[in-house]
Write a protein that binds this ligand. Structure first.
Ligand code: ADP
Ligand code: MG
Length: 634
């Protein structure tokens, strides 16, 4: 007898489940997509214990007839695709017929459904992929699917689930995404009976953004309107005919600088995706407007001909392949770039677009592949293989003579402190070098001579000429002070004249609940104030009241990022860095000699005076030896 056997459906489904069902959020994604495909307009989701105990979605869609209700759990059973030709133009979110059998194979599942054309409804109950019963039942129209005890029969996978908090955060982020893509539909998300998201239908995307994120973010957003472009295809292209691309959505101005990509929402033909090409296009649009490690808020809907994209790239359907990637890329980049430039006078932009300075996508992906990227994005269903979906960064390879890119015009934007730092970590001029550790001693007797650009202190030292970035220097000083004060439980706070009321997203609300104690210890006296709203009564000393909200959002973001590592220490350091950055003196600020002197002394007294908490250099040195060499004296 040969050795090769065909696997039973039960085994095959379990294997497929490994790709489709990574965590509770991936179940939610598949269920939501099915409901959307079924034309539903109301989605009610109840989650218990982060989704381990229960995930239940009730919709008002077209329901299933009795036979279909049973067939739905067969492998590759789908109502959405019948011919291989259909694969070239998929208009539904689902098409593989894999999700329900996969989910059912790793949980206890109860389906209740009724199609309007049938008098009675049907319930189907399964456990570990086996059908236990199938009955008639009096049901209202639509479908309810309850998934209990996820991974109960796959202990190895169950172990990989993160804390309840992490899992529900993923679910909340996912539902938030879909609610943004469908402003005309209602979404309700409850976790352990408390409401995380409840949005009713509205007419515009702007109103939905308001429902989800509150009014603050809207002020910072630019409406891209409804832009489209038609590209003729070269005659030799086998798929003749023009290609249409359409882009709608909102992006933030360059002053909004997020530390991770969690605020980037990309949809292609209504499908939520993580796409490197589009992320690159987005970053290119902000090139020179924002430092490289920062990300904007972006909510983008790209629509194109169905034939233009291949969605059959990965079982979780979170990736697409464009048949003409560079058209899509350039269209997105240029549309956003134009909107950003139109928003403010051209002269105030530090330097004009320099497309050559950005790596072309092909090189970028090569570059990306060569770097050891940290774990992939947190999107449910995304592959956890780091090289498969690299973290998106857009650092230029270090160049020996980096250019200093200040425009002569006054520096453009608030938050310029971060914005205007040249995006190079190397020396500013040949010969200038990051100081050697032994020269740190010399910091102690630096004499400030003046400032360049009201931003950099020039100082004479024993061993040469120094240039110190005043903002990052102060940031380092404050960072150590804040951490030390936190250690002693003696953080200095200032009461706000009026409590500041801020609105949180569902994900931020969860983060907030987790770190409220730590926020308090760092000087933010906060209190929950109604649903997804927090009142802030005091803040750490030194932070202007207009910055308080930004710092809190930044801290929630850091916390979200650190969640996976779950290190309190990192979180604390991140929080202190954020406070220090906001409270530090800015660049473009004239300093009295006494103040410069104080700053240099205080810097010399820090434990690590050479780099700021975010890792940027603080000081550069042009050594006496280099000066002598340059004048041909040695
Ligand atoms: P796919 O979505 O790829 O077709 P699924 O396994 O997710 O595969 O679902 C199988 C089939 O079950 C779908 O094609 C659809 O006909 C039916 N179905 C699933 N969920 C719903 C729902 N909420 N309402 C109506 N029909 C549904
Ligand atoms: Mg499906």
């Amino acid at each position: 007898m040969g050795r090769i056997r065909v696997l039973s459906d039960i085994v095959a489904n379990k294997i497929a489940a490994g790709e489709v069902v990574e965590r509770p959020a991936s179940v939610v994604k598949e269920l939501l997509e099915n409901s959307l495909d079924a034309g539903a307009t109301e989605f009610r989701l109840d989650i218990e214990a982060g989704g381990r105990r229960l995930i239940r979605l009730a919709d008002n869609g077209m329901g299933m007839m009795r036979d279909d209700a049973l067939l739905a759990f067969e492998r590759h059973a789908t109502s959405k695709l019948s011919d291989v030709k259909d694969l070239l133009s998929i208009a539904t979110l689902g098409f593989r017929g894999e999700a329900l059998p996969s989910i059912a194979s790793v949980s206890r599942l109860l389906l209740e459904t009724r199609a309007p054309e049938e008098a009675v409804g049907t319930t189907v109950e399964l456990a570990g992929g086996k059908i236990l019963r199938c009955d008639d039942a009096a049901l209202r129209g639509g479908t309810v699917i309850a998934v209990r005890d996820l991974f109960y029969n796959v202990p190895a996978r169950k172990k990989f689930l993160r804390t309840e908090q992490t899992e529900i955060a993923h679910v909340a982020s996912l539902v938030t995404h879909y609610s943004l893509a469908h402003p005309d539909k209602s979404f309700l998300l409850r976790h352990n009976n408390s409401e995380l998201l409840d949005v009713t239908p509205v007419a515009t995307l702007r109103e939905r953004i308001y429902q989800v994120f509150g009014s603050q973010i809207l002020e910072d957003l630019l409406d891209l309107g409804d832009q489209s472009r038609v590209f003729p295809l070269p005659a030799e292209d086998e798929q003749a005919g023009p290609r249409r691309f359409r882009l709608r959505g909102f992006v933030s101005g360059p002053q909004v600088q997020r530390l991770n990509r969690n605020s980037i929402y990309l949809f292609v033909n209504g499908r939520l995706i993580r796409d490197r090409l589009l992320l690159h296009a987005l970053s290119s649009a902000y090139h020179n407007l924002m430092p490289p490690a920062c990300f904007p808020f972006a909510l983008l809907f790209l629509d194109c001909d169905l034939e233009e994209i291949d969605v059959n790239v990965h079982p979780s359907k979170t990736e697409v392949r464009f048949r003409h990637g560079s058209l899509a890329h350039d269209f997105v980049r240029d549309t956003i770039r134009d909107a950003l430039i139109a928003q403010r006078p051209v002269s105030r932009i530090p330097s004009p677009a320099q497309p050559a300075a950005v790596l072309p996508y092909s090189e970028f992906s090569q570059h990306a592949e060569n770097m050891g990227f940290p774990a992939v994005d947190e999107m449910p269903g995304a592959v956890e293989n780091p090289s498969a979906l690299p973290e998106f960064t857009l650092r230029r390879p270090p160049s020996p003579h980096p250019r200093f890119e200040f425009a002569d015009a006054p520096l453009p934007l608030e938050g310029a402190a971060r914005l205007a730092v040249p995006d190079t970590h190397g020396p500013l001029f040949p010969g200038g070098a990051l100081p050697e550790p032994e020269s740190l001693e010399a910091l102690k007797d630096l004499r400030p001579l003046g400032q360049i650009h009201d931003s950099f202190i020039i100082a004479a030292g024993r061993d040469g000429l120094w240039i110190i970035d005043q903002h990052v220097a102060h940031e380092r000083i404050l960072f150590e002070q804040v951490l030390a004060a936190r250690g002693r439980n003696a953080v200095e706070t200032q009461g706000l004249l009026m409590p500041l009321v801020i609105q949180l997203t569902a994900a931020q609300q969860l983060e907030y609940a987790r770190i409220a104690g730590e926020l308090n210890a760092l000087g933010f006296d906060t209190e929950p104030f109604g649903n997804r709203t927090v009142a802030v009564k005091s803040a750490p000393a030194g932070i202007g009241s207009s910055d308080v909200e930004k710092v809190i959002f930044e801290i929630l973001e850091i916390s979200e990022r650190e969640l996976r590592k779950a290190s309190l220490d990192d979180l604390r350091r991140g929080m202190a860095a954020s406070i220090a950055c906001r409270a530090a003196i800015k660049i473009n600020m004239r300093l009295e000699p006494a103040k410069m002197d104080w700053l240099l002394r205080a810097l010399a007294a820090t434990s690590s005076p050479m780099s700021c908490p975010h890792g940027r250099p603080i000081a550069l040195r042009y050594s006496t030896r280099d000066i002598l060499k340059s004048f041909h004296r040695i």
